[in-house]
Design a protein around this ligand. Sequence first.
Ligand SMILES: C=C(O[C@@H]1C=C(C(=O)O)C=C[C@H]1O)C(=O)O
Length: 96
Amino acid sequence: MLRPESPATIPECRAAIDRVDAALATLLERRAALAGTVQRLKPVGGFAGRDLARERALVARMAVRAPSLGAARLAPVMNAVIEAGLHLAEEQARHP
Ligand SMILES: C=C(O[C@@H]1C=C(C(=O)O)C=C[C@H]1O)C(=O)O
């Protein structure tokens, strides 16, 4: 995890945001790889095997760690993340 910072100027804030985005990109890449492995292991992978109950549960767990955003704001973010992973997995299944 990145250590918390309290930047005071716009350039400092933007530099701190860029550091967070770099960490997010690394985590998103790792997440997509793990979610892709799950798609290959599930009896029905990809969009056809979507598990909305699990998606709601992971959003609820994340909301505990991100209380300002809360589940309602995290849900569309994670929906986009999950769908990006499913699109990638389906593409990789078509072109291994
Ligand atoms: C990864 C899975 O497949 C899908 C993708 C998910 C995800 O990216 O977190 C969650 C649930 C499923 O819709 C899974 O079933 O665990």
